[in-house]
Design a protein around this ligand. Structure first.
Ligand code: 3HC
Length: 319
């Protein structure tokens, strides 16, 4: 990375780093190293893509929710995720790249989204596991991102984190209710935990030593805590939640270690992690095909909205 900063003006670079070190937020019109901007273009847009694609596994259950109450809660949650995508695309657009370009990179397979969304959601318990575990993991990561150095990204996190807390609680409530139900319902909840536990741990990214971006992202305070630290925080708070309602995480090594004051856990299957990211997960093609179809089907809406906005604009100018 150091060689990539060679082309930057050393004085400006030093002034930039001094702002970062002094906890001064970097705003869109501020000078920033091209590599800082590119890193944010990558991370914020992938975050936005994750929010929107993450609506798919849950959308699968709106018409099959077991009660009107659970349908209303699920719809509210899914609508929140669409809003999170909107805030994040707006934050990403402040970096000089258009929404259309971000979507094009996603559709061309040049941009990633969280690998966790490439798994199927075959039972109602998956709605519980996704809310409790996936949103639970997202909260740990996003609470930390509220302190990220780029202003628009940090500010987008504030509202996202408040809404994620509702998402996590409603998911945990689903799991709790199932665990108070029949043997079949308890089995469904444990099966969902078994399937979503490891993909949720993967949301925090590779081990710090294998992370391509972490060291520079930490120096520039894009990241405030490391992948492994955030993962451990999530594990430490989630295992007691599982045990409280009678669930068991699918890891024999997940035992409290009084010496480290953390839970031990087995290593993650990194071959699965990279394989799913490469496009070979159970639902990668389905998720992207659905996104592309929805985007194309929605083109008339975007065109109508743009035409209306232009008409309003012209009215204002001729008034
Ligand atoms: N899924 C897909 N790709 C991942 C990944 C994951 N879980 N974890 C890491 N990667 C990718 C990275 O994007 C990077 O690839 P790239 O260079 O092509 O972008 C590569 O693996 C190396 O990983 P690094 O650790 O070096 O990458 P980062 O420094 O970017 O750290 C991250 C990874 C922790 C995921 C970071 O990008 C991040 O914090 N992103 C924002 C958080 C986010 O996207 N969360 C998902 C939210 S979805 C959600 O909340 C919906 C829920 O409400 C249902």
């Amino acid at each position: 990375m150091a060689h990539e900063l060679e082309n930057e003006d050393p004085i400006k670079l030093a002034e930039f780093q001094a702002k970062i070190d002094a906890e001064i937020k970097i705003e869109p019109k501020d000078w920033m190293p091209e590599k800082y901007r590119q890193n944010l273009v990558r991370q914020i847009s992938q975050h936005a893509h994750s929010e929107v694609i993450g609506m798919q596994p849950e959308g699968n259950w709106v018409s099959r929710a077991p009660s009107l109450r659970s349908k209303k809660i699920l719809m509210a949650k899914i609508q929140d995720e669409g809003g999170h995508g909107l805030y994040l695309y707006c934050a990403a657009e402040t970096l000089g790249v258009t929404r259309d370009q971000y979507i094009k990179w996603l559709h061309e397979g040049k941009a990633k989204y969280a690998s966790v969304f490439n798994y199927p959601s075959p039972t109602w318990a998956d709605m519980g596991a996704i809310g409790w575990l996936v949103d639970g993991a997202a909260i740990v990561n996003q609470v930390s991102l509220q302190r990220t150095s780029y202003g628009p990204y940090a500010r987008a996190m504030v509202r996202i984190c408040m809404e994620e807390s509702f998402h996590q609680r409603q998911g945990y409530e689903i799991m709790d209710r199932l665990m108070q139900g029949s043997e079949a319902q308890r089995k469904m909840a444990q099966d969902a935990l078994d399937r979503w536990w490891w993909p949720s741990l993967m949301m925090f990214g590779p081990h710090d030593a294998d992370s391509a971006h972490s060291s520079q992202s930490m120096k520039w305070k894009i990241k405030r805590e490391s992948n492994d630290d955030l993962r451990q925080q999530f594990i430490d708070k989630t295992i007691p939640q599982a045990e409280l309602i009678g669930l068991k995480v699918p890891d024999e090594k997940a035992i409290w270690n009084p010496e480290t004051n953390h839970y031990d856990f087995s290593d993650i299957d990194w071959d699965e992690f990279w394989n799913v990211i490469k496009g070979n997960g159970p639902c990668n093609k389905q998720r992207l095909d659905h996104h592309i179809k929805a985007h194309n089907d929605g083109e008339w809406v975007r065109k109508a909205a743009q035409a209306y906005a232009m008409k309003q604009n012209n009215k204002l100018q001729t008034a």
